[in-house]
Design a protein around this ligand. Structure first.
Ligand SMILES: Nc1ncnc2c1ncn2[C@@H]1O[C@H](COP(=O)(O)OP(=O)(O)O)[C@@H](O)[C@H]1O
Ligand SMILES: [Mg+2]
Length: 457
């Protein structure tokens, strides 16, 4: 079953085509003119459009252009009673799938439609196949040998194929972002937009307009129309990162959008239909936020259709070797060095550390070690960013820390991570202990590449 739009200025042609297509199981909309068709095309996504060539001001070629602009994957079949070869050739060049000369039989129409839908499916199959040949140099490749990660990757592959909402949870730096991109890449929406909304960084007052857009004059400062991020993601994937930070009023609007599939830009008096697959991620405990009345429980259940939890790195130490190897390859290349070797003792030290900042922190340590090793082998003493305070007893991290001659920034970062961990990721509490303002803390977290809070797990 597909969603079709029939465009013809002759009512009886419209009717005949609609009946034929509906009987074949398609959902059919009709438009009387090119203008009306363009209006519909902008509001709805059709699988295919059957349009007359000769019409009033906007003709079939105009409709074709509008369709392809909106979504190159919508197939277009042009019909004409005039059988002009020239237009047919032009239409093919412009991306029309096929050309039907009036009069044609219902069988001919259905045959053409079947062919174009088949072609669509083939195209997406080819895309899927291409995707399965993963490029080892892909910066987005998730590596690791732990059972936990393997299970997650299996689930991810299954989930990717469906269009359902996915909720990814895990401490900061565990790879939530990466996993969201992996889902997108393995999904049928791979070649479509992937739009990230970082809920932790959008100012509260602008949130609604960022997400849903606005029209010119909707508020002072709205100097022109602006498409919201949800709209930008149309036909693709909308990644709501740090969803736990989304203001409550925006949460209600998001819920409405998820339920209706429609958005209303600020100041506009009509809705726009938007088709997105939503992936949300958080390092917060949403259930706890619900208890604290900071997160809507109905939104939580709407998001938590499929869930993926990334355990902290210290609970899947079997991933460390592979991630280290991959980081050595990528980071040395980035700074223009040959990939260095790493000693067994260094690997052991890395595996034993607690990694409060997870894989992001591990990458920072590796990057620094590559510099310090100056082309030689990476020795334990090159692993200087391993914190002391935040790691559990027995971690070799405690040999490092204060005893080592570290830059002040490293000490600061480690200390912030330790305090955050102690406060179970609560930033307000951490800021109070550190005796700095919450905004200073935020700035520092950003500066040190700690997205937001480090959950105490
Ligand atoms: N399993 C993994 N293999 C390789 N790189 C990883 C893996 N997990 C995370 N990373 C890398 O670690 C960094 C942090 O991951 P990210 O997805 O941003 O974490 P989060 O969103 O949970 O804070 C990124 O550079 C990411 O590419
Ligand atoms: Mg992230």
């Amino acid at each position: 079953m597909a969603h079709a739009l029939v465009v013809d200025d002759e009512k009886n042609v419209q009717r005949t085509l609609s009946i034929t297509l509906s009987r074949a199981g398609h959902v059919v909309d009709v438009a009387n003119s090119g203008e009306e068709a363009i209006d519909k095309i902008n509001k709805t996504l059709y699988d295919f459009v059957v349009t007359d060539l000769k019409m009033g001001e906007v003709d079939g070629l105009g409709v074709l252009t509008a369709v392809k602009e909106r979504d190159p994957e919508t197939e277009v079949i042009l019909m004409s009673a005039h059988g002009s070869i020239g237009s047919a050739v032009q239409a093919m060049k412009d991306g029309a799938h096929d050309y039907l000369e009036k009069p044609f039989s219902p069988e001919e129409l259905l045959h053409t439609v079947a062919l174009c839908l088949e072609r669509r499916d083939l195209k997406s199959e080819v895309r899927l196949l291409k995707r399965s040949l993963e490029d080892p140099n892909d910066p987005d490749l998730i590596v690791g040998e732990s059972k936990a990660l393997k299970r997650i990757l299996e689930d991810t592959e299954n989930y990717a194929k469906s269009d359902s909402t996915v909720l990814i949870t895990g401490e900061t730096g565990t790879g939530k972002d990466l996993l969201a991109r992996t889902i997108k890449r393995q999904s049928l929406r791979n070649n479509r937009p992937f739009v990230t909304v970082n809920c932790a960084t959008i100012p509260k007052a602008l949130f609604e307009s960022e997400l849903f857009g606005h029209v010119k004059g909707a508020f002072s400062g709205a100097l022109r129309n602006r498409k919201g991020l949800a709209h930008e993601a149309h036909r693709g994937t909308l990644f709501l990162d740090e969803i736990g930070e989304m203001p409550l009023d925006v949460q209600s609007q998001l819920l409405r959008f998820l339920e209706s599939g429609e958005i209303r830009p600020l100041g506009q008096n009509s809705n726009v239909i938007v088709d997105v697959r939503v992936i949300a991620a958080t390092n917060r405990d949403l259930k706890q936020l619900i208890d604290e009345k900071l997160f809507r429980s109905d939104l939580y259940y709407r998001l938590d259709v499929l869930s993926l939890h990334l355990p902290p790195l210290r609970e899947r130490r079997d991933d460390v070797d592979a991630i280290v190897d991959r980081s050595l390859t990528r980071l040395s290349k980035r700074i223009g060095r040959e990939k260095p070797k790493i000693t067994k003792a260094s690997l052991q030290k890395l595996r034993a550390y607690d990694w409060p900042g997870n894989i992001r922190e591990l990458q920072n340590v590796i990057e620094r070690a590559i510099m310090l090793a100056r082309g030689g082998e990476i020795l334990p003493e090159h692993l200087v960013r391993l914190g002391s305070g935040s790691s559990a007893g027995g971690s070799p991290g405690s040999e490092g820390g204060i005893g080592e001659l570290l830059p002040l920034a490293d000490i600061e970062k480690m200390h912030i991570l330790a305090v955050l961990k102690n406060c179970s990721g609560n930033q307000r509490k951490s800021a109070r202990i550190l005796n700095i303002s919450k905004s200073t803390l935020w700035r520092k977290l950003k500066e040190y590449g700690i997205d937001s809070s480090s959950d105490g797990a």
